[in-house]
Write a new protein. Structure first.
Length: 253
């Protein structure tokens, strides 16, 4: 998640009861400037979010950049679900891909509980409680969680993962579509891109993009460049100029 200059973002680990399904809880307040843009980049996760004055919505799994305008009085609080846990939100995630959907469309009662006028700390507590209730009722898909852990490896191939989790290509794809929002190959691309972003954040000088591309799992720097433009709308060089400004997607928790 790429933050507008001056914005205030904080995240922390989910309570023990939520850690199987949830990467983190987070809050974000508006930038110091009169207006700003937050550039949301794909991270393999899906968020249940409350926005002051607007109420709650689900930010579905992104496959490209999602710029979001924010104003000086905006406050957001959220719960970030890990890949494989998305059915807890009440709909197959492929139906929410690249979308922002009002919670009331998925769960009218929860929409009423998360009214726009709540104090942010109350909204976050209610988000966490609702997330726990839903994660217990619809726990994460164990095969997808195992596959996701394997996909973290830069050189892992999807056919190897299918064999490791004991599912055929179509079965695994259906379960990924429902609980992640897209197939394992797309998640692999997203996780590889997040490795690249994390490497950028660790750089203290001008980044060696060819080396970072190889270490992140790309065939070469040209491959990285194509993926960066598709997933972020920016070249690797342009991204390097605005980093480090990313929030962890929690997959290493």
């Amino acid at each position: 998640m790429t933050e507008a200059p001056g914005s205030r973002y904080r995240e922390w680990a989910a309570p023990a009861s939520l850690r199987a399904a949830v990467a983190c809880l987070w809050t974000r307040s508006a930038p110091d400037d009169p207006a700003g843009t937050t550039l949301i980049l794909p991270d393999g996760c899906v968020d249940l979010i409350w926005r002051r004055g607007q109420g709650a919505f689900v930010a579905g799994p992104d496959t490209g950049p999602a710029p979001t305008e924010i104003s000086t009085d905006d406050v957001f609080v959220g719960v970030r679900f890990k890949p494989g846990a998305g059915l807890a939100l009440g709909a197959p995630l492929h139906e929410l891909r690249d979308r922002r959907v009002d919670v009331a469309e998925l769960d009218p009662e929860l929409g009423r509980r998360l009214s726009p006028e709540l104090p942010p700390e109350v909204a976050l507590a209610r988000l966490a409680r609702a997330s726990e209730e839903r994660a217990v009722a619809r726990p994460p898909d164990a095969a997808v969680r195992e596959a996701t852990a394997l996909l973290v490896s830069p050189r892992m191939r999807v056919p190897e993962i299918e064999r490791a989790v004991g599912l055929g290509q179509r079965q695994l794809r259906r379960r990924f579509d429902a609980t992640v929002g897209y197939g394992p190959k797309m998640l692999q691309r997203v996780l590889r891109f997040r490795r690249f972003l994390a490497a950028l954040d660790r750089c203290t000088g001008r980044p060696d993009l060819a080396r970072i591309a190889f270490e992140s799992g790309y065939a070469d720097q040209a491959h990285l460049s194509r993926e960066s433009v598709e997933l972020a709308g920016l070249s690797p060089t342009a991204l390097a100029g605005i980093r480090p400004v990313v929030a962890s997607n929690g997959l290493d928790r």
